[in-house]
Write a protein that binds this ligand. Structure first.
Ligand code: UD1
Ligand code: MG
Length: 430
């Protein structure tokens, strides 16, 4: 266990390094109660905008009663998970502060808000509540009633995949937390998700074939291609991409959670549309995704209530890795990884634009964030190569909240573009 000499604070540019810090005794929990504010109105507005299209489609969905019942049970459990997350965050905040796990809000440096110790790694609460709910959900889903029906796939195959997915998410949550505590070097950090994805890669016994796009079929002379182990490599790389790409489109209050919620809602809409259009195995693959996405949206919204501008808590790499992995596993097991990658368009652009700095061709500081002017309260884009700075350079200086909204709107547009592309390419592409 860490003693006082090993305690540290995080990401605080311009602060004395942890090793040089005096050996403060650990304060009592009661002395550390942070003032956390819940942004109910903004949360309600954001949740309504994100969830209304999905809930409407779900309401209109005409599907086997048993499947609908499972989705609704999962939805009810997710609502409970939302309130549990809201309840637990203030409690856990006290404990992380006791262990000196806090960060300074870099985009408020120079103002009084920039000197506040903001509790870090609260993604831990989101992740643990999420896992409890998804584990408990099995009790209502994998019942003899469900599994003896011919329309349901064999119990064992689903249980194995479901639990392998949960093992990956749990492993990723753990490694994300390890990263928050130990501050793992960037190159090692990049590989953590490939380790966390192992349970799924090893347990996966599904298809390893891909359907060749129609325009390429005549030239390749193939309709399907079996990729074998290459498919598993692709699964591992997808996990590495989804997790790290969420983690590097970050540093603005509410952005990490906001983008994850929007992508998850887009996934949910895609799932309902596919359930309505298909039957059998495909339907179940998308229902499976819903069972993992509804709790993700709910627990993330619980975190967003505290993390929206001005953030009372930071989410940590615990959250970015956890959410990225949850999205990756549903894409893999739901067999819609191409669609998922289209939802990740802002993250892909951000990643490609970041490559010169990520691979140290151009110097890369610890934080690639804008500069804050305490007099005007506005952010100015720095020369660092990411979407956050690019938006400020293109669309002009703005407040942190405005910047987050602009980036989240871009995320919504990217998801809308994906749906439009799927609509226009249907029948022509695959
Ligand atoms: C990634 C980014 C880094 C960005 C950081 C912000 C790369 C290669 N790395 O690093 O450029 O600065 O995320 O999360 O692109 N923070 C804020 N406001 C926020 C969220 C975080 O000021 O809304 C600061 C806090 O000091 C917090 C710290 O960022 O303690 C967390 O940084 P961390 O997640 O450890 O950074 P990385 O993921 O390594
Ligand atoms: Mg991070």
């Amino acid at each position: 266990m860490a003693d006082a000499t090993t305690l540290r604070h995080r990401g605080s540019v311009g602060q004395p390094p942890a090793a040089a810090a005096p050996l403060d005794p650990i304060p009592a929990a009661a002395d550390l109660s942070p003032t956390l504010s819940i942004k109910w109105r903004k949360l309600l507005l954001f949740a309504t905008l994100c969830l209304t299209p999905y809930l409407l489609l779900l309401y209109l969905l005409d599907v086997e009663r048993r499947m609908l019942k499972s989705i609704l049970i999962n939805l009810a459990m997710s609502v409970g998970a939302f309130f549990l997350t809201i309840f637990l965050i203030p409690i856990v905040s006290v404990y992380v502060l006791r262990r000196n796990m806090f960060g300074y809000d870099i985009n408020k440096r120079g103002s009084p808000a920039g000197t506040v110790k903001v509790p870090e790694s609260l993604g831990l609460v989101t992740g643990v509540v999420y896992l409890v709910v998804t584990i408990l959900f099995q009790h209502s889903y994998f019942t003899p009633e469900n599994t003896i029906s011919e329309s349901f796939p064999p119990e064992n195959a689903w249980l194995t995949e479901y639990n392998a997915a949960l093992a990956c998410i749990c492993f990723m949550l753990f490694l994300g937390f390890v990263d928050d505590v130990l501050d793992i070097p960037w190159r090692v950090k990049l590989l953590l998700p490939s380790i966390a994805a192992l349970p799924l890669l090893m347990a996966y016994a599904g298809r390893t074939t891909i359907v060749i796009p129609k325009p390429l079929r005549s030239s390749l002379g193939l309709k399907e291609l079996n990729l074998g182990w290459v498919y598993k490599l692709y699964m591992g790389l997808l996990a590495v991409f989804c997790t790290n790409s969420v983690n590097i489109l970050a540093g603005v209050n509410g952005l990490e959670v906001g983008q994850s919620v929007i992508i998850s809602c887009a996934v949910l809409i895609h799932n309902v549309m596919q359930i309505a259009r298909n039957s059998g195995e495909i339907q179940h693959a998308h229902a499976f995704s819903i069972y993992l996405m509804q709790p993700l949206v709910a627990t993330s919204l619980g975190l967003l209530a505290f993390n929206w501008y001005p953030s009372s808590v930071f989410v940590g790499d615990t959250y970015t890795y956890f959410a990225g992995m949850a999205l990756a596993v549903v894409g893999i097991l739901g067999h819609f990884s191409e669609t998922l990658l289209l939802f990740f368009l802002p993250q892909i652009i951000n990643f490609i634009y970041s490559i010169p700095q990520l691979f140290k061709i151009v110097p890369c500081p610890r934080h690639r964030l804008p500069s804050f002017d305490p007099k005007t309260g506005l952010l100015t884009g720095s020369n660092d190569m990411n979407l956050v700075n690019l938006f400020l350079r293109w669309f002009g200086r703005c407040s942190e909240q405005q910047l987050c909204i602009r980036l989240l709107l871009f995320q919504v547009l990217a998801c809308g573009f994906c749906f439009a592309l799927r609509y226009f390419m249907a029948g022509w592409y695959k």
